[in-house]
Design a protein around this ligand. Structure first.
Ligand SMILES: *[C@@H]1O[C@H](CO)[C@@H](O)[C@H](O)[C@H]1NC(C)=O
Ligand SMILES: *[C@@H]1O[C@H](CO)[C@@H](O)[C@H](O)[C@H]1NC(C)=O
Ligand SMILES: *[C@@H]1O[C@H](CO)[C@@H](O)[C@H](O)[C@H]1NC(C)=O
Ligand SMILES: *[C@@H]1O[C@H](CO)[C@@H](O)[C@H](O)[C@H]1NC(C)=O
Ligand SMILES: *[C@@H]1O[C@H](CO)[C@@H](O)[C@H](O)[C@H]1NC(C)=O
Ligand SMILES: *[C@@H]1O[C@H](CO)[C@@H](O)[C@H](O)[C@H]1NC(C)=O
Ligand SMILES: *[C@@H]1O[C@H](CO)[C@@H](O)[C@H](O)[C@H]1NC(C)=O
Ligand SMILES: *[C@@H]1O[C@H](CO)[C@@H](O)[C@H](O)[C@H]1NC(C)=O
Ligand SMILES: *[C@@H]1O[C@H](CO)[C@@H](O)[C@H](O)[C@H]1NC(C)=O
Ligand SMILES: *[C@@H]1O[C@H](CO)[C@@H](O)[C@H](O)[C@H]1NC(C)=O
Ligand SMILES: *[C@@H]1O[C@H](CO)[C@@H](O)[C@H](O)[C@H]1NC(C)=O
Ligand SMILES: *[C@@H]1O[C@H](CO)[C@@H](O)[C@H](O)[C@H]1NC(C)=O
Length: 653
């Protein structure tokens, strides 16, 4: 968030009420999310019960459905490594396929750390192909531990051959920042009856630096994310996936203002611009092939660290990739010639009068890689086809930014809003050994963000919604909604103390039929426990987090304190076709069956409520816990000289 060292201003409560009214008028649906609990929430004060698992290390977690991983008969340790002073020095190892037979692979990543440290980003590669992107929880003086399990079966083609492992987790250690990361990564191999159809070939769009033992990410906009590659000529399906997240100036892209408003509070206040809208665009030989509107990942130092311990933000341990079905491009791509793939990260610059245009000139930086997953034909027939028809009209844009002045003539408030919508469709016919097929890829997307800054930019309230649908001729059909609201207030009175108060709510809701490169979530769920034998058409995921947190830094004591409470509700259900319908595949013929649910609340570093179930079955772990009694000392944040973004973020990449 942006905050600026300033004299004391109005407290959070003073600005709260009128701004809430603004929220209501802008988005009734978001208001509904704010006031209507997903289900009844117990009050924290009333909780009592058994104590948590007794370990000296605080257990951090990302709420996620448990991954199927039966037995440990065929397991390999891929990495045991401590990342200390590790910028530019990734772990480098070698992977050899195990002797056992397998059609599934699950990673199990364990990390411990103690001391003081920022959150850090990590990218793992097999050769030049990024296969896993994660970030770290922030440690405490006495230490933390987390485990994350991830189904890796989409990469089966890579696991069948030896690979160079490059695991890049850049970290700095000095007198102040003492936390090192002790990591262990294991892979479990097994066979499962399943509907996963992994790609035959996986081709990276990356900086290709594994030969030099380096990370292969493109850092955009400093470098262009562009690569040339050749596809097998008998491809019948191709999917592009994008792995990308904002760092440094772009870490909180969703809280940026319009470019015309960055100077609203004068030179003393740094506001980041290019709007809070970001689009990831894929171009194949210069033709628009599809876009991704990114999920706003918030890392564990984000806004106020007290939100994210021990429950980290949605996707923080597993930054998931967006997918684009590029099969309609196969008539172009199967000609045995190299083709150019480019990923552009786009923001918007405006003139302050409601006119804006897309720009690649965003802040520094985004960490970007891509991949093409290819499925080849049984036969060796060369795939041919018709011309590719792309329909990607200019997006529609609505921008608004204005300042209000106080009695003394200085700017009191900056209000801004932005709405973007666009449609893309791409069509072609391909000819393979099985005959002609009509292929398409279609996307409909809308984005809205409105915000207000006061008190020299120290107080901000924003809310955002990203909504979209994507459909492909393969049967893939995904609709999603990513709501996000944040209210934050920064205060740095003379004397050196610093406080931040914030509230937030965010969600990741997705309904998906079929799948593209990555298996649909129901396929990787631990179904042995879920007792779900049925084959589903798809799944629905509802993932919601909200919380309150505050932070106090007292340089005179060389200490900082944090508190906070965060609540999360996660539910995964499978989509089944109604038994008694005979025609159509419309939503009316479908119903959902709950497979997994978890409702969890953390307060001041402890999980105080945890209710987990598989379908109708309660999990033994279901429990009520004691809230922590102590005010916690926050290990990380000492008085930094630079802006609060650097202070709360991870510093320069
Ligand atoms: C937890 O461990 C500490 C130190 O080993 C011990 O003193 C305490 O009794 C344990 N608490 C519980 C509830 O087991
Ligand atoms: C991951 O490893 C830990 C520690 O070895 C183990 O307890 C856990 O069961 C493993 N999880 C999976 C999904 O394999
Ligand atoms: C990390 O590993 C080192 C060396 O094995 C060990 O001394 C240290 O206690 C470990 N830290 C944590 C937090 O587990
Ligand atoms: C890459 O790392 C491996 C393993 O540490 C080492 O043997 C090799 O010499 C390194 N290559 C380069 C180019 O640094
Ligand atoms: C802001 O900075 C610009 C360029 O450095 C300078 O010309 C201008 O006078 C400054 N304005 C204020 C209000 O300090
Ligand atoms: C104008 O008033 C606001 C409070 O309304 C105050 O924060 C600001 O410092 C004042 N500016 C000047 C130049 O006096
Ligand atoms: C596939 O190739 C074979 C051999 O060249 C040819 O006989 C056959 O017609 C081709 N099939 C299609 C659908 O083009
Ligand atoms: C996109 O919206 C248009 C109308 O605006 C509609 O005709 C089309 O079916 C939508 N496509 C998808 C994939 O939802
Ligand atoms: C800073 O905060 C501490 C703890 O609340 C308080 O004791 C101290 O007086 C504050 N210092 C200043 C200069 O306000
Ligand atoms: C699921 O399949 C197993 C083995 O085929 C069977 O024993 C079990 O009863 C089935 N469960 C349900 C809920 O159908
Ligand atoms: C989350 O939101 C619900 C519904 O508004 C509210 O009852 C609950 O107290 C919030 N939880 C936290 C931790 O702020
Ligand atoms: C968390 O700590 C803060 C600050 O000490 C305190 O005000 C709050 O009541 C605590 N919350 C819970 C649930 O213990």
């Amino acid at each position: 968030m942006y905050f600026q060292e300033q004299k004391s201003g109005p407290m959070l409560t003073e600005i709260w009420v009128p701004l809430f009214i603004m929220l209501i008028s802008i988005s009734p649906s978001i208001f509904a999310l704010l006031v209507v609990p997903p289900q009844s929430f117990p009050s924290i004060q009333s909780l009592s019960g058994r104590a948590a698992e007794n370990s000296s290390l605080l257990q951090c977690l990302q709420v996620a459905p448990p991954t199927l991983s039966p037995g440990q008969d065929c397991q390999q340790t891929l990495m045991v490594h401590t990342f200390a002073f590790s910028y530019g020095q990734p772990f480098v190892g070698t992977y050899y396929p195990p002797a056992c037979d397998f059609n599934r692979v699950v990673f199990n990543f364990t990390v411990t750390s103690a001391g003081r440290q920022f959150d850090r980003l990590a990218l793992m590669y097999f050769d030049d192909v990024e296969i896993f992107r994660t970030s770290t929880a922030e440690p405490t003086r006495t230490g933390i531990i987390w485990r994350y399990a991830k189904d890796m079966s989409a990469y089966l083609a890579l696991f069948r051959k030896p690979q160079k492992i490059v695991f890049d987790l850049g970290n700095l250690v000095d007198d102040t920042y003492t936390g090192k990361w002790n990591t262990t990564l294991t892979a479990t191999f097994f066979n499962a009856d399943n509907a996963i159809e992994p790609a035959d070939v996986i081709i990276p769009i990356s900086a290709q630096r594994s030969a030099a033992n380096q990370s292969s990410a493109f850092i955009v906009p400093q470098s262009k994310a562009i690569d040339n590659l050749k596809l097998p000529q008998n491809a019948h399906k191709a999917v592009f996936t994008i792995s990308a997240c904002g760092q440094a100036e772009e870490e909180f892209w969703w809280s940026n203002v319009l470019s015309s408003g960055t100077g609203a509070f004068g030179n003393e206040t740094t506001l980041y611009g290019h709007s809070p809208f970001r689009e990831l665009q894929l171009f194949i030989d210069g033709h628009m092939a599809g876009v991704a509107w990114p999920f706003p990942v918030i890392f564990t130092g984000g806004i106020v660290p007290g939100f994210w311990r021990p429950i980290v933000g949605i996707d923080a341990f597993d930054l998931r990739e967006d997918e684009i079905d590029i099969s309609p491009f196969l008539p172009l791509l199967c000609d045995d010639k190299p083709h150019t793939f480019e990923i552009r990260v786009i923001g918007i610059d405006d003139d302050g009068r409601g006119n804006g245009k897309f720009t690649e000139g965003i802040g520094s930086n985004w960490v970007v890689t891509g991949k093409v997953f290819v499925w080849v034909d049984q036969g060796l027939n060369i795939t041919t086809g018709t011309a590719i028809v792309t329909h990607a009209p200019e997006p529609s844009l609505q921008l608004y930014s204005t300042t209000r002045k106080g009695a003394n003539g200085s700017v009191d408030t900056l209000d801004y809003s932005i709405q973007v919508s666009r449609e893309i469709s791409i069509d072609s016919i391909i000819y393979t050994s099985t005959g002609p097929k009509e292929l398409f890829w279609r996307q409909n997307l809308t984005f809205s963000n409105a915000g207000s800054l006061r008190n020299q930019g120290n107080d901000q309230i924003m809310h955002q919604t990203t909504l979209g649908t994507a459909r492909s001729s393969s049967g893939y059909d995904r609709s999603f909604e990513y709501p996000l609201w944040v209210i934050s207030s920064y205060n740095a009175p003379s004397g050196g103390n610093l406080t931040i108060e914030a509230e937030m709510g965010r969600g990741k809701y997705a309904q998906q039929l079929g799948d593209l490169a990555f298996p649909n979530d129901w396929k990787t769920l631990d179904r042995l426990h879920a007792m779900a034998n049925s084959s589903f058409l798809g799944s629905n995921t509802n993932n919601w987090q909200n919380g309150t947190a505050s932070y106090l830094s007292v340089p005179a004591q060389k200490k900082s304190y944090g508190s906070g409470s965060t609540e999360q509700l996660f539910a995964l259900s499978g989509t089944v076709k109604q038994q008694d319908t005979t025609v159509g595949a419309g939503a009316a013929d479908q119903r959902t069956e709950e497979l997994y649910r978890r409702h969890i609340i953390a307060a001041n570093d402890s999980v105080v409520y945890d209710d987990e179930s598989y379908g109708a079955q309660k999990v033994g772990r279901n429990r009520l816990l004691f809230p922590s009694q102590s005010t916690r000392e926050d290990g990380v944040h000492e008085f930094a000289g630079s802006g609060v973004r650097a202070f709360l973020g991870r510093g320069p990449y």
